[in-house]
Write a protein that binds this ligand. Structure first.
Ligand code: ADP
Length: 449
């Protein structure tokens, strides 16, 4: 067992702060890294040490493996937490750290690679007993595209093997649309990922997005921490997440959870991971696995009381999981709202200086944010400035609390998505938990002037 005494946090913003808090609780020293644009950021101020790793563009700083490894060597950090995004699912980064004797707080490079390629991930899911969306056996080519589509049945979805962020994805509703959808998806995939390979799936009409949180110790023990419903999305970006899903009962939760935990045991998966499904008519269909901590992990923490970053650090150091499946209980309901520096209707980014900032408080309220009054949001990175997480004994109580808390939250000087959440919390479909992955875009189209 290798003990970890100093962690370099290879990220920025709220997630860097989130990881830093876990390190402090565990008595582990912290190193922040930052670009020149983030010199005044909260994660830099609160860390024990900090290293500037380059100019503002991510590729020169937060994605610069060479600089990050050098920062580890200068500071004597013995482990790296990658957060989410940036290098968190970069197998080469995990390999390089290992070669330098630095612990990567995450899965093995081999597992990152396995799940990073969507065709391989899907084949692996099938082997592990996870239900998948009906689709092509592997890559679709100009030769087999028509035959494959006929076999699956229209509508079909063409997806990039190297996909991410919803790019390289095209629907063909009929045979007449197939050729164009196939060619466009390939062109987009080549442009976005440098790899034109695509595969095909049955296009589901009105699914929910439900994902299962897992953690494994790398030795064959693994647990699940229930699911999160992330159906409220815009352009495949999650906006509002909740745990548990309003659509599942206890039996369904424990059944899909067990399938996922068993799969992770078989794989000897190490670290935190999320298995994402589309859910329609009572059936789950695997779409992908994320081999990292997710933005929306706090809602799982709220209903289980388990600190996922503590677990990540424990398993990375070889200390194993702190809980067994039997010890995990699910208590109440939690909702997360992503507070973005964006126009609440058009979602156009709104960087600038926050002139006034007041975070709400009270029972069952958590705000993860690096923002403060006087903070200047740099235009170079994503627009997430904070996350509001509310917990209640029931979904009804959680919604009541959320309504109160949204009224208290003040962010002045820039536009934020807070007004959108005030609309959503007052909406009857949302109150009923009655929504699918298209609901939010339909709602925005319906209610925009
Ligand atoms: P990416 O990695 O690009 O985000 P995913 O496979 O995770 O791609 O899919 C992203 C989103 O696209 C899903 O959350 C869902 O909204 C939609 N989607 C993916 N596969 C299907 C499908 N077979 N049918 C309908 N919608 C789908």
């Amino acid at each position: 067992m290798s003990t970890i005494s100093k962690i370099l946090i290879a990220n920025r913003g709220e997630i860097a702060l989130r990881v830093l808090r876990a390190c402090k609780e565990l008595g582990i020293a912290t190193v922040a890294v930052h670009s020149t644009a983030d010199a005044d950021a909260m994660h830099v101020r609160l860390a024990d040490e900090s290293v500037c790793i380059g100019p503002p563009p991510s590729r020169d700083s937060y994605l610069n493996i060479h600089q990050i490894v050098a920062a580890c060597e200068i500071t004597g950090a013995d482990a790296v937490h990658p957060g989410y995004g940036f290098l968190s699912e970069n197998a080469k980064f995990a390999d390089i750290l290992e070669a330098h004797g630095i612990t990567f707080i995450g899965p093995t490079a081999e597992h990152i690679r396995l799940m990073g390629d969507k065709i391989t991930a899907k084949q692996t899911a099938v082997e592990l007993g996870i239900p998948v969306v009906p689709g092509s056996d592997g890559e679709v080519t100009p030769e087999n595209v028509l035959e494959t589509a006929r076999k699956i049945g229209f509508p079909v979805l063409i997806k990039a093997t190297a996909g991410g962020g919803g790019r390289g994805m095209k629907v063909a509703k009929t045979e007449g649309e197939l050729e164009e959808a196939f060619n466009t998806a390939r062109t987009e995939a080549a442009a976005a990922f440098g790899n034109p390979a695509v595969y095909m799936e049955k296009y589901l009409g009105k699914p929910r997005h439900i994902e299962v949180q897992v953690v494994g110790d790398g030795e064959g023990n693994a647990i699940h921490l229930g699911e999160r419903d992330c159906s409220l999305q815009r352009r495949h970006q999650k906006v509002w997440e909740e745990a548990n899903s309003p659509a599942l009962n206890v039996e369904q939760r424990m059944k899909i959870g067990k399938i996922c935990a068993d799969a992770m045991k078989k794989m000897k998966y190490r670290g935190a991971g999320t298995i994402e499904f589309l859910y329609e008519n009572g059936e789950f269909y695997f779409i992908e696995m994320n081999t990292r901590l997710q933005v929306e992990h706090p809602i799982t923490e709220a209903i289980t009381g388990i600190d996922l970053v503590h677990e990540q650090i424990r398993v990375a150091s070889g200390a194993g999981l702190s809980v067994t499946q039997d010890e995990i209980t699910f208590s109440g309901h939690a909702i997360e709202c992503r507070i973005n520096a964006e126009d609440p209707r058009t979602f156009v980014p709104s960087p600038g200086t926050i002139t006034h900032f007041h975070a709400p408080g009270g029972l069952g309220v958590r705000v993860d944010s690096g923002a403060y009054a006087g903070y200047k949001i740099p235009p170079y990175y994503d627009s997430l400035i904070g996350k509001l997480i509310v917990h209640g004994r029931t979904r009804v109580e959680c919604m009541m609390r959320l309504r109160r808390v949204l009224d208290e939250f003040v962010v002045d000087g820039i536009k934020t998505t807070l007004p959108l959440f005030q609309d959503l919390v007052a909406n009857q479909d949302i109150a009923n938990g009655d929504y699918d992955i298209h609901w939010l875009e339909d709602y925005l189209a319906r209610t925009s002037a």
